[in-house]
Design a protein around this ligand. Structure first.
Ligand SMILES: Cc1cc2nc3c(=O)[nH]c(=O)nc-3n(C[C@H](O)[C@H](O)[C@H](O)COP(=O)(O)O)c2cc1C
Length: 405
């Protein structure tokens, strides 16, 4: 997808080991359709050559402030005006200090001073430098000035130490960059999404669950973030990496998902229940592993109903716009309509899980959205694609009381 089509990004590269990652970052930003110009500090050129970044960006790299030739071609004020976003990645501790204090001592800091556009900073440094009180104070100051801070990550560092300060991974920086240009459909909305299966314990080692992969719920979380929403993702156990910028609440059982949902749904604008919540749980959970005493022995597990999450959210007075999923294997539309009415939902999304191609674990889906007196079928497509369409339809169906833009 070209989520940065037509966007002009001025990439500032400063002096640190992670400067080599800026080469990959340029490519990935271009993949999304961005036009990237590069400005390097003098220290950055000791870590990666301007020639490399010039070759990748397809533009001359900007290096000097006090240079008559470059200033006459595209000077610092023009560069500041040109950019839709100034992204500094990696940002050294030294540069963060200069930026927070409004220095104009080199080309990059001077451009930042002159810029009217959003500035984003992806710090990368030794964990001690990051934890230092002066750096933390500088970062706080940047945040209050409206600068976006991307990361940092934690883990093993080039210096051999382990801690917080690593440059956020390139994909994460690209996601956050995209999110600084929200398409605005859900700007200012709080969206709560449940995803994945739940596990209902039988004993300490066994549980009852289902085949839900969480893919559709995670794709919806990504699409809602892209549409500018604040997303709370209440997730049962999955093998998926959570989308950047989603606030993830991990849960295991239906009861835990219910409690987290009721807490987060209060004050939310939209609730999308995608999780395949177990309808029943064992009435009693054995404290010890249930043993097989003799061959042919039988065990009876009595089940009781779990709370109905989506119906409880829909019943909240002044609650969110509530969207349920109906995963069915037969009479899909009829059952989905019945669910819409019985649970008092605002919208239901029906999908046929009897077909392996579009079932729980696949990357594709085919759904029918039903709301009010309307019905729209989304033909088979990737779950991510379906998610974007669902989010777009929800945004249009959202009553004034829940819309913020
Ligand atoms: C080998 C080496 C690696 C360095 N790595 C980092 C780093 O990852 N992060 C950082 O903030 N500073 C790092 N520094 C220190 C900066 O290069 C130094 O503060 C420099 O003045 C930054 O200049 P700039 O902010 O203008 O790019 C490193 C220095 C050396 C010698």
């Amino acid at each position: 997808m070209n989520l940065l089509a037509g966007k002009r990004i001025l990439l500032g590269v400063t002096g640190g080991i992670a400067a080599y990652k800026s080469a990959e970052l340029i490519r990935r930003l271009q993949d999304q359709g961005a036009d990237v110009h590069v400005v390097m500090t003098a220290a950055a050129t000791e870590f990666i050559t301007p020639l490399t970044l010039q070759g990748l960006s397809g533009h001359p790299v900007h290096l000097d402030l006090l240079d008559t030739e470059t200033e006459s071609v595209m000077g610092h004020i023009e560069l500041a005006r040109w950019a839709d976003l100034i992204l500094i990645a990696p940002a050294s501790a030294n540069f963060i200090a200069r930026l927070s204090q409004g220095h104009g001592s080199d080309l990059l800091s001077t451009i930042c001073l002159a810029a009217q556009c959003q500035i984003a900073v992806a710090p990368a440094m030794n964990q001690g430098m990051w934890a230092n009180a002066a750096t933390q104070e500088n970062v706080r100051s940047l945040m209050t000035q409206g600068t976006a801070i991307f990361g940092p990550d934690e883990g093993l560092q080039a210096c051999g130490e382990i801690g917080e300060g690593r440059l956020l991974d390139v994909a994460g920086i690209v996601d956050l960059t995209i999110a600084t240009f929200p398409n605005g459909k859900l700007r200012g909305c709080k969206v709560v999404i449940t995803a994945g299966p739940t596990r209902e314990a039988i004993d300490p080692v066994r549980y009852i669950s289902n085949h839900s992969s969480g893919k559709q719920g995670y794709a919806l979380a990504e699409a809602a973030i892209e549409a500018g929403a604040e997303v709370i993702l209440i997730s049962g156990p999955t093998n998926l990496a959570p989308p950047n910028r989603a606030n993830v609440i991990p849960v295991t059982s239906a009861q835990e998902m219910y409690e987290a949902s009721m807490q987060e749904a209060t004050g939310a604008d939209i609730f999308i229940g995608v999780a395949a919540v177990a309808d029943f749980r064992p009435t009693e959970v054995s404290r010890q592993k249930i043993k097989k005493d003799k061959s042919g022995s039988r065990v009876t597990i009595t089940l009781e109903e779990n709370p109905d999450i989506i119906a409880s959210v829909a019943a909240l007075g002044d609650g969110p716009f509530t969207v349920g999923f109906a995963a069915e294997t037969s009479h899909v539309i009829d059952y989905a309509r019945a669910k819409l009415a019985k649970k008092n939902l605002d919208m239901v999304i029906a999908n046929n899980v009897s077909n392996q191609e579009i079932g729980f674990n696949s990357d594709e889906n085919e759904t029918t959205m039903i709301w009010g007196n309307q019905e729209q079928t989304l033909p088979i497509a990737s779950k991510r694609n379906i998610a974007t369409k669902i989010v777009g339809t929800i945004a249009e169906a959202l009553p004034e009381s829940h819309a913020h833009d």
